[in-house]
Design a protein around this ligand. Structure first.
Ligand code: UDP
Ligand code: MN
Length: 303
């Protein structure tokens, strides 16, 4: 059969039409609901948005200096988790368990907790295990401008002096580093928080506190502390009294000596996971012999 001009035109038209049809079909297929995200319902999209906004929020490491306070911990962890979840604060609780035989050193434990968490968390709460916030108006938001003292002197059940920054204090990572953390010289109870107040002032940072709180010193916090059963270690030995009254310009994050002997993950009441960081602090007996009042400056037992 001879292929004439009319045949050629007819064939070209056929090829063109089938090409155009294929294109149209493929465009239609790629835009059908099965191939996009359209089958997710609005609820799903909404909750993804909320999750994403929590993901973007600064993360809080709750640092709890700790030794022999198991009953308090069992009450503290579930309480804090529920309290902070109501505020949608992304957080995790770290129990800084001092396992060496020296006197308790709250400030050094917080320094260890900071170094342990600083890669993954944007701010810390130095948090006593026995102080439970009761008023939902106490916000634990990111303290961008300066340390935020939740347990303010006009709200704390026991301490009411103006420069008090103990109990519960929020500090962002950069500020804590700027101050070289806390002093490592405070073995035994007291004054480490007052020394930290001077660090805050020397760094020209403001201390912020909660405002418009309508509860008072009796109903803003629960202080779960029996002073007979949980005696404070107020002993003073060697030149402790004299040294710990002064601002410490030497020690802090940069001079901290410790070992983390073990990490435990503990689940309480099937609702909250806490991380237990078991810490051996290392004491230089010549610099701070009061870390153990029963030994001399060489670390030898006093008979
Ligand atoms: N702490 C502890 N074991 C101790 C001493 C202190 O776990 O032997 C921790 C605990 O978190 C406690 C905080 O350090 O809440 C502050 O100590 P304490 O309650 O004695 O001080 P307060 O503010 O009541 O004078
Ligand atoms: Mn207490």
């Amino acid at each position: 059969m001879r292929i004439n001009n009319a045949h050629m035109k007819f064939c070209s038209a056929c090829i063109l039409i089938s090409f155009a049809t294929t294109c149209l079909i493929s465009i239609f297929i790629t835009s059908t609901p099965e191939n996009c995200d359209c089958n997710r319902n609005t609820q799903q999209i909404k909750s993804d948005t909320v999750d994403a906004s929590i993901e973007l929020k600064p993360k809080l490491a709750i640092l709890v200096p700790f030794r022999d306070r198991f009953d308090e911990l069992l009450q503290f962890a579930p309480h804090m988790m529920k309290f902070l979840d109501r505020q949608a604060i992304p957080h995790h609780i770290f129990i800084l368990n001092q396992v060496d035989r020296y006197r308790f050193n709250r400030a050094s434990l917080i320094n260890v907790g900071f170094l342990y968490t600083k890669q993954d968390y944007d701010y810390i709460a130095m948090h006593d295990v026995d102080l439970l916030p009761l008023n939902d108006q106490l916000h634990y938001d990111y303290p961008s401008d300066g340390p935020f003292h939740v347990a303010a002197p006009n709200l704390h059940p026991k301490y009411h002096y103006k420069t008090f920054v103990g109990g519960i204090l929020l500090v962002k990572r950069e500020h804590f580093e700027l101050m070289n953390g806390m002093s490592n010289r405070y073995w035994g109870w007291g004054l480490e928080d007052d020394e930290f107040y001077v660090r805050i002032k020397d760094a020209h940072l403001p201390v912020k506190r909660p405002i418009n709180i309508t509860t008072g010193i009796n109903d803003t916090f629960a202080h779960v502390h029996d002073r007979v059963h949980r005696k404070r270690d107020t002993a003073k030995c060697f030149n402790q009294r004299e040294v710990t009254r002064k601002r410490d310009r030497e020690t802090g994050l940069s001079t901290l000596k410790h070992r983390i002997s073990r990490i435990n993950n503990l689940r309480i009441d099937d609702i909250v996971n806490v991380t237990i960081v078991n810490i051996e602090l290392i004491c230089n007996h010549q610099e701070t012999p009061w870390c153990d009042c029963s030994r001399d400056e060489m670390g030898k037992k006093i008979l």
